[in-house]
Ligand binder design. Structure first.
Ligand SMILES: [Cu+2]
Length: 637
């Protein structure tokens, strides 16, 4: 009797010791397998770059995959003393008067719907800008904007399949052109949204505003561009087709369906070339009511969010947000409906495609579907904000049984922690995704890290999607606040580690001691310095109160990772020069004194000794005092 009753308990104990159930409900063998799957040993390197947007930090962060370890911050819309960004003349000019931005959706440049490893574009939702990062040096090289006639540049940056355009849509609507004032009570009549085509130079990546399409004052949300059969098209969801201007939480959630935009961007480009646009604030604007064939609407339920085109370009998936389904549009049906004029009405002269004619199905994925990504094997992965999960489901074509009951198309679900917003599958927006890894970027990661006070760190989770079932592998801190991300194979790019001397075209670059020095011309004092381990030449600059001081520093190292900084005390200056790079700053000297400058970027055992003095004399005093016209003033030669 006694033996019999103890037997089940013994089995439980043995089973528990075999599986070794650990923290967080993961058993020991899974813990070991997961650790090995994401482990990158000291000296080894990751296989992929993860570029994730930094939201209102204004920056882009780069981590490695599968380790999820942060590698570098690429400053874009905010100063970053660690790299001297926003302190030298060039980056200061790019930032303009803004010290922040709101980065949402990075886009890697593409050629033939494949990442070409040249540029990464990111949008600024707050100040209506687009930036270009060059993957040759992982630095921001252009900030375009504020874009005219565009407010709330959230629905971007969506790149076309050969990087012809960055396409953008507005989240907010205002009276246009910017600066015109109208009462928000007249929202429907006086306010407008906009779709913008930002033209990208195919050689240099230089961006300029190409054209714009006027839209009703809907709040455009996320979008994506077509490829294959949908080549030349782009798609955005919207919320607030109610056109409410207050208490949007309630007033913009009245209708069961909102209108998504289906945009023929090639037709827009042609219409502008054919002179069918009217200028507003220097930009050719197309009114889609006057130029048919550019814009169509299609109803999507309810308050949708993400709009993603699959790798074949045939299926366009919209997340329902307030509806527990994703809506799958069939692009061939979209084209047929356009050709056959299968419309269910129009809005302000723009045809509304008949829902039943273009929808392939509504997949019951779960609560709060936001964004969808693809693995290129016929599967889709959707983030569920409310369910805090990632759901894997099967794209069409569906079997008859699946069509009858689309719950059968839902293949797997894995919990995320918590409230995933965006997710990214490696290469999802190309014609040939890498698949392999999915990263869930969670919005509310309450309690996932050790307690650091009220601002709870966000977290991202790495999910292995190689098998039939998804597998949660690892989790890591992510800087606030991640929105979308892009994943690029490390082996596909070869960033420069040193700027070659002969490629430095800066007219103020100096490479040898004889070319360095400080010269005065009237009230302007120009210093040309070299930096090399472990000294500046010259290490003394003399000037006077009231002078304009211009300092050019060239890092003449040609050795990788030999970086020097130039920090000037009490003047808010910190430049950082990479090997072979010249940077310039420019200040008005307002106070007398002796101000040390020093290398801020640790460079050698004698780094601490790498310093010098800016001597700011009272007006009319010091070397070269009173002398108008050129002349040496201290330090140097
Ligand atoms: Cu140094």
């Amino acid at each position: 009797m006694k033996t019999k009753s103890l037997l089940p308990l013994a089995i439980v104990i043995i089973a528990a010791s075999l599986t070794g159930c650990g923290k967080g409900g993961t058993n020991q063998s899974d813990r070991t397998a997961n650790a090995l799957a994401s482990y990158v040993a000291p000296g080894e390197k990751d296989e992929y770059y993860l570029f994730y947007s930094g939201g209102h930090s204004g920056q882009v962060y780069v981590a490695g995959l599968p380790s999820l370890r942060p590698i570098i911050t690429i400053p874009v819309f905010a100063p970053h003393p660690g790299t001297g960004y926003g302190f030298d003349d060039e980056s200061k000019k790019m930032l303009g008067d803004f010290t922040w931005g709101d980065v949402h959706h990075p886009a890697l440049s593409q050629t033939n719907s494949k990442y070409d490893g040249r540029w990464l574009f990111v949008n600024d939702n707050a100040n209506n800008r687009i930036a270009r990062i060059d993957l040759r040096d992982f630095k921001t090289h252009q900030i375009l904007g504020p874009i005219p006639n565009s407010i709330g540049n959230h629905g971007s940056s969506f790149i076309t399949e050969n990087s012809e355009y960055i396409l953008c849509a507005t989240r907010f609507s205002v009276p246009l052109p910017k600066g015109r004032v109208a009462d928000p009570n007249d929202y429907e009549k006086q306010f407008n949204g906009m779709v913008s085509g930002i033209k990208v130079d195919p050689q240099t990546g230089e961006m300029k505003v190409g054209w714009q399409i006027l839209t009703p004052p809907f709040d455009w949300d996320l979008g994506s561009t077509g490829k294959g059969p949908s080549s030349g098209w782009a798609f955005w969801t919207s919320y607030n087709t109610e056109m409410a201007h207050d208490t949007l939480e309630v007033n913009a959630s009245q209708k069961d369906r909102d209108l998504a935009a289906v945009v023929n961007w090639r037709a827009a480009e042609k219409a502008v070339a054919d002179g069918k646009a009217e200028m507003m604030d220097g930009v050719p604007i197309i009114d889609p009511a006057k130029v048919p064939g550019i814009l169509y609407f299609v109803p999507i339920g309810k308050s949708p969010h993400g709009m993603d085109v699959d790798p074949t370009g045939k299926w366009v998936v919209a997340g329902g947000k307030l509806s527990p389904t994703t809506t799958v549009l069939n692009f061939e049906k979209v084209q047929a409906a356009i050709n056959d004029k299968t419309f269910e009405g129009e809005f302000r002269g723009v045809p509304i495609l008949k829902y039943e004619a273009v929808v392939e199905g509504e997949v019951p994925v779960g609560l709060g579907p936001l964004h969808t990504q693809f693995d290129g094997k016929g599967n889709a992965y959707t983030s569920l904000f409310i369910d805090s999960a990632i759901v894997k489901w099967k794209l069409p074509p569906w079997t008859d049984a699946e069509k009858k009951d689309l719950t059968k198309a839902v293949l797997d679900k894995v919990q995320a922690h918590f409230s995933t917003g965006h997710l990214v599958v490696a290469g999802s927006d190309t014609a040939n995704p890498y698949g392999k890894w999915l990263v869930a970027m969670n919005k509310l990661s309450a309690g996932r890290h050790v307690n650091v006070g009220p601002s709870q760190p966000e977290s991202s989770q790495l999910i292995d999607i190689t098998g039939d079932k998804m597998k949660m592998v690892a989790e890591s801190y992510t800087d606030p606040e991640p929105h979308f991300a892009q994943i690029l194979k490390v082996s596909e790019i070869q960033p420069e580690e040193v700027y070659p001397k002969d490629e430095n075209k800066d007219p103020n670059a100096v490479w040898d001691k004889d070319a360095t020095g400080v010269t005065r011309n009237g009230n302007q004092v120009v210093a040309k310095l070299t930096a090399i381990r472990s000294h500046f030449t010259p290490d003394r600059i003399d000037a006077q109160v009231g002078d304009d001081l211009i300092v050019h520093v060239t890092n003449i190292e040609q050795t990788r990772d030999m970086i020097h900084g130039f920090g000037l005390v009490e003047h808010n200056i910190n430049m950082v020069m990479d090997p072979g790079e010249t940077k310039t700053f420019h200040i008005k000297l307002t106070k007398p004194g002796v101000f040390p400058f020093y290398c801020t970027n640790f460079c050698s055992a004698l780094h601490q000794e790498m310093q010098g003095y800016l001597v700011v004399w009272e007006p009319g005093k010091g070397p070269g005092a009173g002398g108008a016209g050129g002349g040496s003033t201290g330090g140097g030669k």
